[in-house]
Design a protein around this ligand. Structure first.
Ligand code: THU
Length: 128
């Protein structure tokens, strides 16, 4: 199954009763493994997790820390870019050339590299 198909499949598991905005993603590690994620909302709203962070945390908890690209699938007319929190989390583990592929309705696509979406990160070197 392609990364796009895996993201679309993960989207079907999205738990989004509050926003009804369902997101699925597929994150590829440098060794070719794939971790999927979906958004998981909560009645408190603040405890909601985005699909991208679910995928990153699943992968990291399995011992993966280096990623090549992510496909994020929604039904939005114009595919939306990842939120600021997810950019921060992706920035922790992904090189600047990490690819972000966004799929919206009608399989409309947008592609970015992380460095363009998140140009001045707060990261480990900020702490020195
Ligand atoms: N959401 C994601 O899963 N990923 C994004 O990149 C943006 C937003 C989720 C969070 C919430 O469940 C819903 O979309 C609306 O914000």
């Amino acid at each position: 199954m392609s990364l796009i198909d895996q993201a679309r499949s993960a989207q079907r598991a999205a738990y989004a009763p509050y926003s009804n905005y369902k997101v699925g993603c597929a994150l590829e590690t440098v060794d070719g493994s794939v971790y999927t994620g979906c958004n998981i909302e909560n009645a408190s709203y603040g405890a909601t997790l985005c699909a991208e962070r679910v995928a990153v945390f699943k992968a990291v908890s399995d011992g993966h820390r280096h990623f090549r690209r992510i496909v994020v699938a929604t039904d939005a007319t114009s595919p939306a870019t990842p939120c600021g929190l997810c950019r921060q989390v992706l920035g922790e583990f992904c090189e600047a050339d990490f690819e972000v592929i966004l799929c919206g309705a009608n399989e409309q696509q947008r592609r970015f590299i992380l460095a363009d979406l998140f140009p001045h990160p707060f990261n480990q070197s900020s702490l020195t």
